[in-house]
Design a protein around this ligand. Structure first.
Ligand SMILES: [Cu+2]
Length: 150
């Protein structure tokens, strides 16, 4: 009969190696099930996205004021066929009447108020969230956000 003889220090090293691998696997498994980029509402199936209306302001070299309103974040990514809730907080600008291109969704975001939009996209693509008041550079825009449905 043959015996495998191990030193005590080898046994300790093997034990710690197994322990570190176990902790690593557990950590990898847990992070796989977390959602770091979106907040989830009451229902785990609803993708809740918080947006604000922002503003950039500066002066050109000849002293002219340049101003642009923006949706922030300017680009969001959502899942196809998934219920999405946009919570848009009005910060800069009094009112932003908007629509989402390719859908029947319309609304207005007012300063100090929250506008909630529930939407489910059944087709993949890039949809534009457009403010009707600030559509172009001449009108303190383009206040256009991009919704990527994947
Ligand atoms: Cu606007």
């Amino acid at each position: 009969m043959r015996f495998l003889v191990l030193k005590k220090s080898s046994l300790i090293a093997i034990f710690f190696t197994i322990l570190i691998i176990s902790i690593g696997s557990l950590w990898a498994y847990k992070t796989q099930h977390s959602y770091p980029t979106v907040s989830l509402g009451n229902s785990p199936n609803v993708q809740v996205i918080e947006l604000v209306t922002g503003e950039f302001k500066t002066q050109s070299s000849d002293g002219k004021e340049i101003e642009v309103y923006r949706w922030d974040p300017g680009t969001i990514i959502v899942e196809k066929d998934n219920e999405v809730q946009l919570r848009i907080h009005g910060v800069n600008g009094d009112a932003h009447p908007f629509y989402i291109e390719g859908t029947s969704i319309k609304g207005t975001v007012k300063k100090g108020k929250e506008t909630i939009v529930n939407v489910t996209f059944s087709k993949e693509g890039t949809y534009r969230l457009i403010c009707e008041t600030h559509k172009t550079m001449e009108n303190n825009g383009p206040m256009i956000g991009y919704i990527i449905v994947d």
